[in-house]
Design a protein around this ligand. Sequence first.
Ligand SMILES: *[C@@H]1O[C@H](CO)[C@@H](O)[C@H](O)[C@H]1NC(C)=O
Ligand SMILES: *[C@@H]1O[C@H](CO)[C@@H](O)[C@H](O)[C@H]1NC(C)=O
Length: 464
Amino acid sequence: MDILTTLLLLVHLIPMSTAKDGSSSKSRKRILPDPVTEPRVADPVYEALLYCNIPSVAERSMEGHAPHHFKLISVQVFIRHGDRYPLYAIPKTKRLDIDCTLVANRKPYHPKLEAFVSHMSKGPETAFESPLSSLPPFPNHPLCEMGELTQTGVVQHLQNGQLLRDIYVKKHKLLPADWSADQLYLETTGKSRTLQSGLALLYGFLPDFDWKKIYFRHQPSALFCSGNCYCPLRNQYLEKEQRRQYLLRLKNSQLEKTYGEMARVVGIPTKQLRAANPVDSLLCHFCHNVSFPCTRSGCIDMGHFKVIRMHQIEDEKERREKKLYLRYSLLGAHPILNQTISRMQRAAEGRKDELFALYSAHDVTLSPVLSALGLSEARFPRFAARLIFELWQDREKPSEHSVRILYNGVDVTFHTAFCQDHHRRSPKPMCPLENFVRFVKRDMFVALDSSGTNYYDACHMEGI
Ligand SMILES: *[C@@H]1O[C@H](CO)[C@@H](O)[C@H](O)[C@H]1NC(C)=O
Ligand SMILES: *[C@@H]1O[C@H](CO)[C@@H](O)[C@H](O)[C@H]1NC(C)=O
């Protein structure tokens, strides 16, 4: 659990990425930014809005697109939980008043919201591996508990589920009408927000599913590393990365001044305020359009918020350049990527189980996976972010399989470390499964400049 604690500390220190910083990185590939609608320079408020991911009209998505002669074989979905109440309170301020019950007359709303609540109320304990069965299957507190999923979070994942249903179930018939329990693989960390997010997505994906066919496994590690979590070198990289963050923060005098001002407003020492990770709480105010906290000594304001967010954007930039986080990620994401390719290989061999896998996770899960895949320009995982691995079979050459990788609906396959120059080298329209397998089995360790050629050796290399 040691590493988990460390990771949780890192959660909100890792900033969102700013792939749109076009002036200084012309050569860098753009993944998400839209050059037409994006502001030209990093705008902390614009970035924060993307992070909130407030449900609105259906966005365009590229899941399920392939040439006509390709057949969809399996899909693996990694999600970050939806919008949640803060994990930390700002000391000596009024507790942020957000209602975590699910009601039809509050926005955002989803047409399946009431049916979701009623279906969840019928969920038997046998659908969940211990200790998940002790968690409530949907948020239900009139004053949210710390870290609780909000109605916004539920709606985000009902939408995700419905979108994936339209593409994978209705269009591509990934699952037969009488799908069976072993055709799904469901896994979540032990937080109520991840379990509930997973259930909301699943409900959108398979409305009114038969509870007897559902089994959610519990994943104790935020890295989803199961039996392979012990990796001393990974921890060393994480410590170095945290040291880098700390040093960058010390250099930012405007940030120090801002924390000082906020601490004065609240009436506590600066150090204590910083430890309370105020940006987590401020983001929740921001996403829910609740004004920032005030005391008799004044108010925390948008200026403070912007300075902290801007620093996070700069931190993200340095994080990419220094590559300590990349090394941490290559080791941290190896076990789950290894599991991902194993599932794909089994499906490619013709096995019909686990056609659809859902891993309900955290920013500290998705972020290392994105980084390890070489998608360092991808934005920091927003609420209800989704990262999807599709496996396709060429009907004209049935022994050939291809992968597609999508992040929040955007096809990022040809931005990954293992397929970025595919078009130049190969006439094939899709990225071969072998490329991904070779990357996970071998090239990840080459990218580490490690003399180790497997996970165990790479994790136990001497000092850095
Ligand atoms: C946010 O709150 C303000 C004032 O409380 C209100 O005028 C505005 O319309 C709200 N914006 C949204 C997007 O709800
Ligand atoms: C990778 O996957 C294979 C096949 O499932 C498994 O035997 C092996 O232990 C895994 N290795 C790691 C480091 O996760």
